[in-house]
Design a protein around this ligand. Sequence first.
Ligand SMILES: N[C@@H](CCC(=O)N[C@@H](CS)C(=O)NCC(=O)O)C(=O)O
Length: 67
Amino acid sequence: MAAEVVLLDCYVSLFGMRVRIALAEKGIQYEKKEQDLSNKSSILLQMNPIHKKIPINQENPEDPFSS
Ligand SMILES: N[C@@H](CCC(=O)N[C@@H](CS)C(=O)NCC(=O)O)C(=O)O
């Protein structure tokens, strides 16, 4: 079964680390999608079109506007 939470993240991001710690403390399983911030993916730009930044927490991957 696919994870219900998808985290668009970058391993060097301290903002991302905050989210990873919170998810771990709550015991929430998630799928991590590593992002290249020098070549932003279409999913990143679709999910955060204004700021174009990570982390992005997508709670229902079937619905791209659920985060
Ligand atoms: N206010 C945001 C800041 C997120 C942020 O600055 N993310 C950085 C990575 S640590 C980023 O995506 N930078 C890409 C860019 O500025 O183009 C938060 O708290 O999540």
